[in-house]
Write a protein that binds this ligand. Structure first.
Ligand code: SF4
Length: 459
């Protein structure tokens, strides 16, 4: 299977795609493997071990909770976020877990789930291992999993063969590995970037009704904005971060006409991003786009298009999402969307690049201008580090989404001022991002051991 638009946009749960969604998916896969090997019924205990960045920022990113949910048979797109505290409280109170949602087994939270601080598994900084034991305590089955960003998961076999199920050759009409391939296909076929990936999508079998499913993605994004604008109080985790979206929404709605100015739409864009990322930080329902930490950028820019741009339409929303996904696929294939690998340039930077190209597309940009907008969106995020205070996806994450969204709008508008001819190609900047990520010290890669994380005191 090739990469699908629905790989880049997945309905999930906050606060993190790599540390929450991915570990839950890994636990789902572990259960599937137990069933496949006919070991599910013999499994008496489960041990979960978290390594690298999953250990360092796992507690703040609810990785432990995510593993439990996955073992309960809950899936990121279906779990009811409001029920999660109840599920976890039950396990802790009763030392018991309903494996796969069907069979009670003992589970001792303090000993059966371990954070291995300072240790990493070989294939990726976000590693974890799951072990099934029989009634005598013998190992029945064990596998390692890597949460490689954006909710994508590889098991040990896939990681060691560098092959994920979503990267195998696919029988699609317009295969592409880089931005130049996309431009070449566009020139040869006369299709836009959105049309190219939508044609490919027909062959991937991920959706029976692609326009409907794209609108469903937008609906979850939009509902998240609306929910975020209505919630008040402090975010969980102990940082005492107050939600801001609700107050800001009221101020914007009630602003007297004489106080309105030309840039008010940018305040709304910031509001949309804040609303989504406050919901994400609270463990709410979000669309991973392409990660959860950066889940506010694309909805904010898309909401700007839908609410502020005359002539916006459902068709435009679909073009926006398809174009954004095409750009995200380039980063997934050629660099990384994992902050544990490349820092925040792989989250906010990639989301900004995706949103910039997508907005340029719905503004009527050529493929070359879209590629230029995406390039600008990343070029000015190069080197962006990941240093969340307290390991929580709150500071700087929530506000950083507002910056990514506004920057994306500027990048789209800047690209539309030109012809699409430009010096630094999107492929150049993606490779530069990859190299910058490799050179970045580990303390700036989602470990909460550098930057703001050590200079802001938690109280
Ligand atoms: S700093 Fe950026 S990459 Fe790190 S958790 Fe926050 S949003 Fe994600």
């Amino acid at each position: 299977m090739g990469l699908s638009i629905f790989d880049l946009f997945k309905i999930g749960i906050g606060p993190s795609s790599s540390h929450t969604v991915g570990p839950m998916v890994a636990a789902n896969r572990f259960l599937d493997e137990l069933h496949k090997n006919q070991l599910f019924k013999q499994t008496h205990r489960i041990k979960a071990d978290l390594y690298g960045s999953l250990a360092m920022t796992g507690e703040g990113h609810a990785t432990d909770v995510a593993v439990l949910l996955g073992l309960l048979g809950e899936h990121p797109d279906r779990v009811n976020p409001d029920k999660v505290p109840e599920y976890v409280a039950f396990i802790k109170a009763h030392d018991q877990l309903k494996l796969g949602g069907v069979r009670d087994i003992p589970f001792y939270f303090d000993t059966d789930l371990q954070f291995h601080f300072g240790n990493s598994l070989p294939s990726h900084p976000n590693g974890m291992s799951l072990t099934a034991l029989d009634a005598e305590g013998h190992t029945l089955y064990k596998n390692q999993y890597y949460s490689v960003g954006g909710g994508f998961v590889l098991n040990e076999q896939e990681a060691s063969s560098s092959q994920s199920t979503s990267h195998q050759a696919a029988p699609i009409p317009y295969p592409f590995e880089n931005g130049q391939d996309l431009l070449d296909h566009g020139n040869n076929s006369g299709l836009s970037i959105a049309e190219l990936v939508l044609e490919n999508e027909k062959y991937l079998g991920r959706s029976q009704d692609i326009p409907k499913d794209l609108m469903a993605i937008w609906q979850v994004m939009d509902e998240c904005i609306q929910r975020g604008c209505a919630q008040t109080g402090k975010l969980p985790g102990g940082l005492d971060v107050e939600r801001r979206a609700s107050e800001m929404y009221k101020r914007l709605v009630n602003k007297p006409p004489e106080q309105r100015d030309d840039l008010e739409s940018m305040d709304w864009v910031s509001l949309f991003a804040l609303a989504v990322n406050e919901e994400n930080a609270a463990g709410g329902r979000v669309v991973t786009a392409p990660t959860n930490g950066a889940a506010g950028v694309i909805p904010a820019v898309l909401a700007y298009y839908a609410r502020f741009i005359p002539g916006s339409s459902d068709k435009g929303i679909q073009i926006f999402l398809a174009t954004a996904a095409a750009i995200g696929m380039l980063y997934k294939k050629n660099a990384s969307i994992s902050a544990a690998e490349v820092g925040c340039q792989g989250e906010i930077g990639v989301a900004c690049s995706m949103a910039a190209g997508a907005l340029c597309a719905v503004f009527g940009g050529t493929n070359e201008q879209i590629e230029n907008a995406a390039e600008i969106g990343m070029e000015h995020n190069l080197g962006l580090t990941c240093d969340p205070v307290g390991g929580l996806v709150q500071v700087p994450c929530i506000e950083r989404n507002t910056m990514g969204a506004v920057k994306a709008i500027n990048a789209a508008r800047l690209a539309l001022q030109g012809t699409g001819q430009h010096r630094v190609s999107l492929d150049n900047v993606i490779e530069t991002m990859r190299q910058t990520g490799l050179d970045m010290q580990d303390k700036y890669k989602e470990t909460a051991t550098g930057g703001l994380a050590v200079n802001v005191v938690m109280c």
